[in-house]
Design a protein around this ligand. Structure first.
Ligand SMILES: Nc1ncnc2c1ncn2[C@@H]1O[C@H](COP(=O)(O)OP(=O)(O)OP(=O)(O)O)[C@@H](O)[C@H]1O
Length: 221
């Protein structure tokens, strides 16, 4: 079943056409890797799908609900979450960072605490609760960002190169978390150059070339 689908998605910067995607459909229960050379537009595409940037043209459907980007609907922001390659963490605490989105959604305190505890356990962050967020390593920051997204149970998770610049152990921890993120009702797209991530079982390949998406078998090795 198509969860998020876009059609006629175009984006140019100055006179350079970056994206010209006829159709792209992300299905519930499927996971995707988004590949493409440096500068091919992977981040731009994810940011557009999450409503952080607007395309020059295009329309979308989330399930049967049509939307466009003028403005990107608030209800869709609850369903689609983008995690930056170098996530910004507030200078509060690990738990407060994870709770941030729940607080913004008006989740009451006891439920918030329950969900934050679950997210901390899921991302194995228990030993870092007293560490100031600005002192965390790159891999730990990425795990806090993943926990912050996981706790909101998005239907569409968009991850921008989550393993870039991580050492081998942090990379593996991140890959394991990403692997376990999605259920049958949701989907995830991971932009990456990481061969291990690309090779993960049950992941469909989307490859950006000349602004267009090539699927699985059409994608370069
Ligand atoms: N706001 C902007 N203004 C002008 N050019 C931009 C803007 N944002 C992105 N670009 C350009 O669009 C191109 C695609 O950038 P993008 O970050 O989406 O690529 P990418 O595939 O994610 O690259 P990488 O693999 O290196 O992270 C780049 O050439 C970039 O310089």
């Amino acid at each position: 079943m198509s969860l998020l689908a876009v059609a006629g998605l175009a984006k140019s910067f100055a006179d350079r056409r970056l994206l010209a995607i006829e159709t792209l459909s992300l299905s519930a229960g499927e996971r995707y890797v988004l590949t493409g050379e440096n500068g091919s537009g992977k981040s731009t595409l994810l940011r557009i799908l999450a409503g952080i940037d607007a395309p020059d043209g295009g329309s979308g459907h989330f399930r049967e609900h049509r939307f466009d980007w003028h403005p990107y609907p608030d209800w869709l922001r609850r369903e689609v979450i983008y995690v930056h390659q170098q996530p910004y963490l507030f200078h509060t605490s690990v738990a407060e960072n994870i709770a941030y989105g729940l607080r913004a959604r008006g989740i009451e305190a006891s439920e918030r605490e329950r969900l934050v505890r679950a997210a901390i356990a899921w991302a194995r962050l228990g030993h870092l609760l007293r560490t100031p967020p600005q002192k965390l390593s790159g891999g730990e920051r990425q795990r806090v960002a993943l926990a912050r997204a996981w706790v909101l149970a998005p239907k569409v998770l968009l991850l921008d190169e989550p393993t870039a610049n991580l050492d081998a152990e942090s990379r593996q921890q991140t890959i394991d978390l990403v692997h376990g993120f999605c259920g049958p009702e949701s989907t995830a797209v991971v932009a990456c150059h990481d061969r291990d991530m690309i090779a993960l079982a049950n992941r469909r390949r989307l490859h950006l070339v000349d602004g267009e998406i090539r699927h699985d078998s059409e994608a370069a090795p």
